[in-house]
Write a protein that binds this ligand. Structure first.
Ligand SMILES: Nc1ncnc2c1ncn2[C@@H]1O[C@H](COP(=O)(O)OP(=O)(O)OP(=O)(O)O)[C@@H](O)[C@H]1O
Length: 437
């Protein structure tokens, strides 16, 4: 697999080794960010989302393991390739068991290094096959994104926090013809306001104190791919003006630069705030909103698409159960019921976090409501108990609903998925008060 336009981070204190790796990767077309200390890499970890990190295990300030742990706690941790000396192999093996991607012992051959790195990079086309949900509202969001993927217009994705706006943006990117090009994400609220401009547009050497070398911003690194601006409503007025120029004229300038540079990526902005209201009180530019909101995709909150809850529960359960040695065999019907009744103020993110914790701590064999909602009082958990018949009916109802969802309401296909005859399915649906479609 080619490294062209893949964003790679390097954590290496040795200037000779660092230079040579940067050169080697750049020659392959990779977009490289080089941090010369572990501290620098840790400080940058919440903002930068490279597709892989190459990290020296022995760094002068903090251990490479600490750098790995800082990234491992992020939402989409990138794979790590550790560069180790002979004495560090035990530690490297332990890190691989903990989820790092690979390690190479110095000295290593260029071709071996590039091949092992390329193997670790996520395949971009995988995004295209992803499915955003089984509920009717999410299926229509997915259909809309499939249509938008065919054009290059700017997109505004709206929705409450944690609903999956970035997941939707990644899906759109993967489904586009530029899906092999970079997807560069930036959270406008997570970067200190005074750094944002140089992070977004880059800076020239000497543009300000500490700007020791030219730095390419996200707009430039996105190339012909997608630039995803999350929480765009948080941009300060000066940056709103610069973003307007980016969208209107499709050009930008690095901080301290004199040349206009062309912006060739598709811009996808996202917000969980009401931008119309922000315009009304003068906090957001009306002309910018007009330019961003060319195509609008509204991701509904999880409470408005309850069919996705059990589906996501299963997906996250499988994802986390595969990572640890757990006695848990699956999610109980009671837990599905309790999850369906929960309002999910933190949306999909909350669900994912709850499943992660439940899988880590659950004693099994089934993930129970108290694993998912440990804060609930004991008596509430007891109240959630129904008779066996109630629980069985509820589980059947949910399973049939999911099968119908997957079969787009077609009874014959749903019956096949469920492994029962059409008449049996029809009878069960009558009994449970379900309708197809
Ligand atoms: N359809 C989905 N399938 C699988 N995981 C999802 C889905 N939607 C959201 N998630 C997961 O939920 C979490 C939150 O998603 P994401 O970051 O896309 O939400 P967001 O709306 O962009 O949040 P914010 O407003 O806080 O930026 C992530 O861990 C993401 O992987």
């Amino acid at each position: 697999m080619s490294l062209k336009d893949r964003s790679i981070a390097l954590v290496e204190d040795d200037p000779i080794m660092g230079e040579s790796l940067v050169q080697m990767l750049s020659l392959e077309g990779a977009l490289v960010t080089w941090w010369r200390s572990g501290g620098e890499a840790i400080a940058a970890s919440p903002r930068h989302r490279p597709e892989a990190v190459i990290c020296d295990l022995r760094l002068p300030d903090v251990d490479g393991e600490q750098v790995f742990l800082a990234w491992a706690n992020s939402e989409m941790p990138p794979p790590f390739v550790f560069i180790t000396g002979f004495g560090d192999i035990d530690q490297a093996v332990r890190l691989m068991k903990g989820g790092a991607g690979d390690f190479l012992t110095k000295p290593f051959e260029k071709d071996v290094f590039l091949e092992r790195l390329a193997d670790l990079l996520p395949r971009r086309s995988e995004f295209a096959g992803a499915c955003l949900g089984v509920s009717p509202p999410m299926r229509s969001v997915q259909r809309l994104l499939d249509r938008i993927a065919k054009v290059r217009s700017t997109v505004l994705i709206t929705g409450e926090t944690g609903t999956g706006k970035e997941v939707a943006a990644r899906y759109l990117h993967g489904a586009s013809s530029s899906g092999e090009l970079p997807f560069v994400a930036i959270n406008c609220a997570a970067i200190p306001a005074d750094l944002l401009e140089s992070e977004l547009f880059g800076h020239e050497r000497g543009a300000f104190t500490g700007a020791g070398q030219r730095h390419l911003g996200y707009a430039e690194r996105a190339g012909g791919g997608t630039l995803f601006l999350d929480e765009v409503g948080e941009l300060r007025p000066e940056l709103q003006a610069k973003l307007l120029r980016l969208v209107e004229e499709r050009t930008f300038r690095r901080v301290g630069g004199e040349k206009d540079l062309a912006f060739s990526a598709r811009l996808v902005a996202a917000t969980n705030s009401d931008l119309q209201a922000a315009v009304a009180i003068g906090r957001f530019r009306k002309d910018l909103l007009f330019r961003l909101d060319v195509l609008n995709v509204a991701v509904p909150p999880l409470r408005e698409r309850k069919e996705d809850i059990a589906w996501l529960l299963d997906r996250f359960f499988e994802e986390f159960a595969a990572l640890v040695d757990t006695p848990l065999r699956g999610v109980s019907a009671l837990t599905e019921q309790a999850a369906a009744d929960h309002p999910w103020p933190g949306n999909v993110r909350e669900l994912r976090n709850r499943v992660e914790r439940a899988v880590a701590l659950g004693l099994g064999p089934w993930l129970m409501p108290s694993d998912l909602f440990p804060e609930a009082l004991q008596h509430q958990v007891v109240d959630a108990f129904g008779s066996l018949a109630e629980v069985r009916n509820e589980a059947e109802r949910r399973h049939i609903e999911r099968a119908l969802g997957c079969a787009s309401g077609e009874m014959a296909r749903a019956a096949k998925i469920l492994g029962i005859g059409r008449t049996t399915l029809w009878e069960k649906m009558q009994k449970l008060g379900l309708r197809a479609g």
